[in-house]
Write a protein that binds this ligand. Sequence first.
Ligand SMILES: [Mn+2]
Length: 338
Amino acid sequence: MTPTLPRHIDVCNGDADGLCALLQWRLAHPLHAELVTGLKREHDLLARVQAQAGDEVMVVDLAFEPHRAGVQRLLDVGVRVRYVDHHVCTAPPEHPLLDAHLDADSQVCSGLLINRLLGGRFARWAVVCAHGDNLHAPAEALGRSLRLSAAQQQALRRLGEAINHNAYGDTLADVRVPPAALLTLLREHTDPISALAEPRVQGLLQGMDEDLARARQVRPEREAAHAAIWCLPDADWARRASGSLANSLASERPDQACAVLRPLASGHWLISVRAPRHSPFGAAALCQRFGGGGRQAAGGIDALPPDRRSAFVEAFWSHRWSHDGPHIEVEQPPQRHP
Ligand SMILES: [Mn+2]
């Protein structure tokens, strides 16, 4: 029997952090790898991987907790797994085939973790990652260390936000460029500044601006100094804009928590939550109480039953935004990426 060559399979979140973290890794370690990626709310990415002993799987920016069993299954059959992520989780298993880099610090993202692993080789892409995950302070700190001009920093912020924006939507029909195709386009550029000249990337920026302009016309359903709630309609622009709207509100209103609600065709609610930027903790813990998950600063609920909407609104309104630690956060595994 002829032994088959080991395969390399890359699995990543289709947002800016996921795509551009993986991009850094593959610029540093170029080889042909199969790619498995998708929209933000596709949670079965790892389950699509068919690997066998000797194969290598790289997982980037997917919460570890809901994928713990899937990783274990790969390890059990002899697959080597490298896992890089920043969502809240408990300790990964000790296994000789597992190389895990998990750090749930609210000021890191997967792209910053990979930048650390690569010694800063493609650090401008890490700036894009951090901006995409709404981590503007760490993104700017890294940009200063790279001596980026204000215009370059702003350009990388726009790029990160636009790639992130493109990962939202209920189906591929909602988004402008499928995430896998976007990565193919971006990986031609070792410097993200040059990626901005691509017409399809320019289209993403313009599309994001148009979607957000429409979302901005919606008034908050409820608003106070400490919190605000927006409710968007079920429209294609709203399906794309709910995450970006939550991120931009969180940036503009550092003392306010925000929740963006959107109805699904099923009658359930899709919810994005952002903790106040001045106290970026507790979003995942709140969302977990309603079947969702996420990070300290940003969380979400994929499908809140309609009869729990008012319970969520009250819980959000009275939530204490403070550090709650992983022992509380993992009572239920996070099910989604915000
Ligand atoms: Mn991320």
